[in-house]
Design a protein around this ligand. Structure first.
Ligand code: URA
Length: 227
């Protein structure tokens, strides 16, 4: 992995703060100062900041296939929490990188690494989320262009960021967005006079669902490093 990423993962520093300490010559790899933040390092290397050896923390990274009528919360409310499906130690320390509504199904990423989830959620990262949407009314021809240009949602100051619409059938579409405003997909279709009747998240970044409803698995190292 890149040196700046390693420094971030093993300290409380942000990416730009990590770059600064690297450029300042405060980081050593196997005993030599490295000032290139993009240098490739391995966890077996001895990497030190200001003379202190850094160790990556053992964060947990999980993908889950959320069932209908469950909630993305750490506690049960009107519906059971998705954490009922994840029977591991200290599950209460985990949080969800982009919640889904109770009536939305599909891909949920779960972790205890706040920086990693920020990379997924923050619109700055441009991380694409793909939703399969069932609609009440036939999709109008102009919706694709409207979503590309951004639509104004009620109560929001800024229009939505450019979104891609892929029409699958008269009342079924795939929508790709890079932000996650409250009820965003439902509000986007409401803004163009339609209504979402079913919603399923298929993909986040390059991670697609490969497990059955209610199942979960740990992400591979390569998958974690995608974000
Ligand atoms: N947009 C919504 O409206 N609901 C979700 O659950 C996810 C995205």
């Amino acid at each position: 992995m890149r040196l700046d990423k390693f420094v971030c993962k093993s300290t409380e520093l942000t990416r730009s703060e990590a770059t600064q300490v690297i450029h300042a010559g405060n980081v050593m790899v196997n005993g030599s100062v490295v000032i290139n933040e993009a240098a490739q390092v391995h966890e077996n290397n001895t990497i030190a900041l200001d003379g202190q050896r850094l160790k990556t923390r053992n964060f947990r990274y999980i993908v889950m296939h959320k069932p209908l009528d469950t909630i993305c919360s750490n506690v049960d409310e009107a519906y059971p929490s998705i954490f009922n499906y994840i029977d591991i130690e200290k599950a209460s320390e985990l949080h969800i990188a982009g919640r889904l509504d109770a009536d939305t199904t599909g891909l949920v990423l779960i972790t205890d690494d706040g920086r990693w989830s920020f990379n997924i959620i923050s619109p700055i990262s441009q991380c694409e989320k793909v939703y399969r949407v069932g609609l009440r009314d036939v999709i109008a021809d102009d919706v694709s262009l409207k979503f590309e240009n951004g639509v104004q949602l009620q109560g929001e100051k800024q229009p939505t960021l450019p979104a891609k619409l892929n029409v699958i059938g008269p009342k079924e579409v795939l929508l790709t967005i890079t932000e996650g405003k409250f009820h965003q997909v439902k509000r986007m279709f409401a803004a163009v006079g339609n209504r979402v009747v079913s919603l399923h998240r298929e993909k986040i970044g390059e991670i697609s669902l490969d497990i059955n409803v209610g199942q979960w698995r740990y992400l591979t190292v390569d998958e974690v490093n995608l974000f």
